[in-house]
Design a binder for this molecule. Structure first.
Ligand SMILES: Cc1ncc(COP(=O)(O)O)c(C=O)c1O
Length: 401
């Protein structure tokens, strides 16, 4: 089976896990855009999930880098439940307190004062907002992105995704996108011209294989964008909200973007996305330029406020430490040839199809993702303990032995 999803579920039908539950007969009622594993999950707590037969799994997928603070985190849950009892939705014709509070917290994290947010419901939607913002603010239609990148599946986001196979069946896309190889500074310099509205980068390409952008490339991107009047926009949908050991991945590269996108871990599993524009970036949107009925939803925003409060320096230090422990353990497995990534966004290159290992691990009670044909993607909750990390390494080693 080819992998129709953007992530992990290649070969799902042969997973041979449990999935014998009462819902199996209903599966044909879902459009087959994903190759799902034969596994129905019914409950989660911290770093563990349970299937419909009661079997427990150590979850090193975490909803694909979403459940940063663990399943059913009690503090985030309490914030969402409190908001559920107050106000669910009123539209963006009015102000709501959780949305304003979240924008303030994100602006504080971004540094400087007065960064501005646009809220939506997913990563792809935040990319759409970023692309429109870049065109409006600069008056230039072009987007320069990276080969191997992943920015989402809506037309705009897909059009700037540097994986031709994902675009092929849906061409023509949104015009104006061009692609340069990862970390090729010369190619970037040549691609960014007078019509370029933005350079769009993931600090670490996630879905594309956990491939980090180098410091040198990031600095060059900043210089080129500034010199040519383009915006530098970072897609931090996967790398943001603490996943790499700093709140934003750019903090470790020392290059502040003009704007960035967030989603995934921002509300620990409730749907939310955000475009965050720096206080000193070119101004773009005016009333009527962009919208989302559910954007800034009070319940998702209240949950996200709790997430931001919980991602403190201690947790970020923990992410770096446990990420190091996990990387060291993975490197010691004989069938692992390379470990890439930072913090708890890791990939392990192995000696066989990644999906075979994912299925073998699932049978042993460990959930992992894939990141390319022979790579495993490991994105556990940021709260993963040292014991959990050791258990994951042990189970993977057993599965590969
Ligand atoms: C870096 C990056 N950008 C964008 C997206 C798209 O996000 P969503 O699936 O929420 O639309 C993803 C999802 O995997 C991602 O990893």
């Amino acid at each position: 089976m080819t992998n129709p999803s953007n992530t992990t579920a290649t070969g799902a039908a042969s997973a041979g896990a449990t999935g014998a539950g009462a819902t199996t007969a209903l599966r044909s009622s879902i459009l087959p855009t994903y190759g799902r594993y034969d596994l129905t999950l019914v409950r989660g707590d911290g770093s563990r999930v349970w299937d419909d037969t009661g079997k427990c799994y150590l979850d090193c997928v975490a909803g694909i880098a979403v459940i940063g603070l663990g399943h059913c985190n009690p503090v985030v849950r309490a914030a969402a439940e409190a908001q559920l009892g107050k106000l669910w939705h009123v539209s963006n014709l009015y102000w709501t307190e959780p949305m304003l509070e979240l924008a303030r917290k994100l602006s504080d994290r971004f540094g400087g004062s007065g960064a501005q947010a646009f809220f939506c419901n997913s990563g792809a939607e935040s990319i759409e907002a970023a692309l429109k913002y870049a065109r409006k603010a600069t008056g230039k239609p072009g987007f320069v992105a990276l080969e191997g990148s992943f920015h989402g599946r809506t037309f705009g986001a897909l059009s700037v995704t540097g994986q031709p196979a994902k675009r092929a069946a849906f061409e023509p896309g949104v015009p104006g996108a061009s692609f340069v190889p990862l970390n090729d500074t010369d190619a970037l310099g040549q691609a960014v011209g007078p019509d370029t509205g933005c350079i769009l980068l993931e600090p670490i390409q996630g879905e594309g294989g956990v491939n980090p952008v180098t410091q040198e490339f990031m600095e060059a991107a900043r210089e080129i964008a500034t010199a040519r009047g383009a915006l530098l926009i970072l897609d931090e949908i996967q790398t943001g909200t603490g996943r790499t050991g700093s709140f934003f991945a750019w903090e470790q590269l020392g290059v502040r973007p003009d704007a960035l996108t967030l989603a995934k871990g921002l509300a620990n599993g409730l749907p939310i996305g955000a475009l965050l524009v720096a206080n000193d970036a070119l101004r773009g949107f005016e009333p009527g330029d962009h919208a989302s009925t559910f954007g800034g939803n009070p319940v998702a925003a209240a949950a996200a406020c709790a997430v931001l409060d919980l991602i403190d320096d201690a947790l970020l230090a923990h992410v770096s430490a446990v990420g190091e422990r996990l990387s060291t353990g993975l490197r010691a497995i004989p069938q692992v040839s390379e470990v890439r990534g930072r913090g708890l966004l890791l990939a392990a290159e192995i000696d066989r199809p990644g999906n075979d290992a994912v299925i073998a691990c699932m049978q042993r009670g460990l959930l992992l993702g894939t990141a390319g044909p022979t790579a495993l993607r490991i994105t556990p909750p940021l709260t993963l303990t040292a014991d959990d990390a050791d258990e994951a390494v042990r189970l993977l080693a057993e599965a590969l032995a």
